[in-house]
Design a protein around this ligand. Sequence first.
Ligand code: AOF
Ligand code: ZN
Length: 342
Amino acid sequence: MDIHEKFMLRAIELAELGRGRVSPNPMVGCVIVYDGNIIGEGFHEYFGGPHAEPNAISTVKDPELIKSSTAYVSLEPCAHWGKTPPCADLLAKVGISKVVIGTVDSNPLVGGKGIQILQKAGIEVLTGVLEEKVRTQNIRFFTFIEKKRPYIILKWAQSSDGFIARENYDSKWISNSYSRQLVHKWRSEEDAIMVGTLTAQYDNPRLNVRDWSGKDPIRVVIDRNLKLNPGLYLFDGTQPTLCYNQTIEESSYQLEKIRLKEGFDLEDIIQNLYSRKIQSVIVEGGAQLLKKFIEKELWDEARVFTGNVAFGKGIPSPVLPGKVVKQYDVQGDLLSFWQFKS
Ligand code: AOF
Ligand code: ZN
């Protein structure tokens, strides 16, 4: 590993500490290096807060050293006046001598302009160090900006013989305590969690984070004709919840009923989530909704648990195109990851 990669890896590691707290902003880390030693570190800690660069610079004890230092930033320093002044201006002002960047920022407000500011100020700039790693880390941000929709994760558990539920829609049999905890961790990492009407009705899910410490996602449910029982956990007002229907537009405490056009489709919901700046959504069933996402090629990743119980008959689980990209054993159950190539 070369020296630039080594320090960029540290910046990426720092950026990771913001996961779940910075959306819809990207996770960004910054390391200030003087003579081969790290003299400052920072990351974007929470949405609306200072960016990685001012946080890193503020930890440097001897500001004189900055003038002969290199800043490693996982994302191109910003060029715009947002909630904070432009980071590219700050780096120029403190007189840093070199900036090494993971990847350019595809936010149209920044996209290359940060680099221009740095170069105009006479700062040496190197871009594209561990670029793929940075893009993967911020895949939600980049998907949101570049595809103009949230990053979509499909998740389900199936029996060893490929059923997602019994004929009576009972599906609580599959997961063990390890996979359940993992699912709660996943929920805490996404902006929103979505289920279809039948799942809301039969499972009465809470869709919150209980088995992990982290924030609850926004709950999303489809209830076309507002037939769901108002007594469901989903409507208990404990968490922001969006209910897509074709009848009314109404907002009460933590519950928004959003009226979409008659006969609305998945694309209309996804577009509405995008307009609400929801950067990622994890879809937890049921089979019908998951199949629709797959049919429309509207997904980025699938996470499938295969338990070791056979069912014989029931509701067949969705079928994914392509190959499994990663597979783990979760205490006897198999966890497989698919990635959609678009
Ligand atoms: C950086 N360093 O640490 C981050 C950057 O609303 P604001 O002012 O917080 O700006 C958000 C945008 O700034 C975000 O969409 C992305 O383009 C960039 N994020 N830039 O220089 C950082 N988090
Ligand atoms: Zn910035």
